[in-house]
Design a protein around this ligand. Structure first.
Ligand SMILES: [Zn+2]
Length: 415
């Protein structure tokens, strides 16, 4: 039997173990925020890798990350990265979100598709190569990192900043996020979170004409956002294949607003002298950050000069900027995963980009590695939902794809 066939049958043979590992990870409630049970999960994953003869490193800065490495020949280093944190369970579950229930060919639980199944797929991709008796031409690394759901700063960003994941040391990165088993994710849009503060002048609520309402001023701004900015953004389309297709345009969301007397608090007969709003602007790679920010600043400036908002002062403050990323069209990692998907599933891969953001940004922007993609089991639409699940056949197929791609990237020929 050819090496690839042996590896594929080792994955099939390991199916129950892959399911068990996924369920065991789900049972560790690594909820973020705030970041619970990280140590327990890192210890469990590190121990699992150590028992299978991976070299295991643990870093703490200030939160724990774990990396297992298996070295073969001098060939390329393929790094498989998964975040161990999951979002809170929320309401609406019909099963225990941290029970790791297996039923009807699916594994249920918070974070099962996003992305504990992906971590299990990465581990058993490497394991199947070993069990098939195939010598690795290079090195495979598997990391379990924290805080992806809150920006990844103590996780992948830290590993990149400390040089543990770095250009020259790491050749290819595959992040097994749930993008559907036949899709390769080549990047994401940009994120600009900002806060606008409107300041008016306090006055008696019985004589509002003697004060300046910051809430009225913010109302003007929101009206301009809705009437001017939203239609302008809707007319801009990216050439990047963002999914779902409606996310192929630039967007803005008002995340929160707060001003004047606290609603439900003590009555104060006052004109609101302060109102703050937080916005979430998703921008396209074609727009770029500078133009995005300039457009917002100009809009705020225009509203400030508007007679309807007379006397209100506005301040704009950046909260977070994530620049968009895109894997180069001719990247070997895209070609290898595409070949593996054809080999395992018998159909070509669909290239997609994420409407949100994920740790790809740190791999590319901080570590300087262009050859990064996300590929993993589970359906994107189920992430962060109640009764989140991952299909076992998708999990097994994704494990095969990751195994074949890993070997292919190391220079082995994949027929
Ligand atoms: Zn995720």
């Amino acid at each position: 039997m050819q090496a690839i066939e042996r590896i594929l049958s080792e994955v099939d043979r390991a199916a129950d173990e892959i399911v068990d590992l996924t369920a065991a990870l789900v049972r560790i409630p690594t909820v973020n925020p705030p970041g619970e049970a990280y140590d327990a999960c890192a210890r469990f994953l590190g121990g699992f890798l150590e028992r299978r003869a991976f070299g295991v490193e643990t870093t703490r800065h200030p939160r724990v990350n774990v990396i297992g490495s298996r070295r073969g020949g001098p060939g390329p280093v393929v790094h498989l990265n998964g975040h161990i944190d999951v979002v809170p369970a929320g309401d609406g579950w019909t099963v225990d979100p941290f029970g790791g229930l297996v039923r009807d060919g699916k594994i249920f639980g918070r974070g099962v598709c996003d992305m504990k199944a992906g971590i299990a797929a990465a581990v058993f991709a490497a394991e199947a190569i070993e069990r098939a008796g195939v010598t690795l031409p290079g090195t495979v690394e598997i990391s379990g990192t924290v805080d992806e759901e809150s920006g990844g700063f103590a996780g992948v960003a830290h590993l990149a900043e400390s040089g543990r994941i770095a250009k020259g040391r790491t050749d290819y990165v595959i992040i097994p996020e749930p993008l559907n088993v036949d899709r390769i994710c080549i990047g994401h849009r940009g994120v600009y979170w900002f806060e606008v503060t409107a300041r008016g002048r306090i006055g008696h609520g019985s004589m509002p004409f003697l004060g300046v309402s910051a809430i009225d001023g913010m109302g003007r701004l929101l009206q301009s956002v809705r009437e001017i900015l939203v239609p302008a953004l809707a007319s801009r389309r990216t050439a990047v294949p963002v999914v779902p297709p409606r996310a192929r345009q630039a967007t803005i969301n008002v995340n929160g607003i707060d001003g004047g007397q606290p609603v439900g608090g003590i009555q104060t007969p006052c004109v609101a002298d302060l109102c703050r709003a937080v916005f979430d602007r998703r921008f396209l790679i074609e727009e770029g950050f500078d133009a995005t920010k300039k457009e917002i600043a100009e809009l705020v400036g225009r509203v400030a000069g508007d007679t309807g908002a007379a006397g209100v002062r506005f301040d704009l403050r950046d909260l977070m900027v994530v620049h968009p990323v895109k894997t180069p069209d001719d990247s070997p990692v895209v070609a290898a995963v595409d070949r593996a998907i054809r080999r395992v599933l018998g159909r070509p891969a669909e290239l997609v980009a994420s409407p949100g953001t994920y740790d790809h940004k740190h791999v590319t922007r901080i570590a300087g590695i262009p050859h990064c993609i996300a590929y993993g089991p589970g359906e994107l639409e189920l992430a962060h939902q109640p009764d989140e699940y991952c299909r076992i056949d998708d999990l097994v197929n994704a494990t095969k794809v990751i195994a074949v791609s890993t070997l292919d990237l190391m220079g082995a020929s994949v027929p």
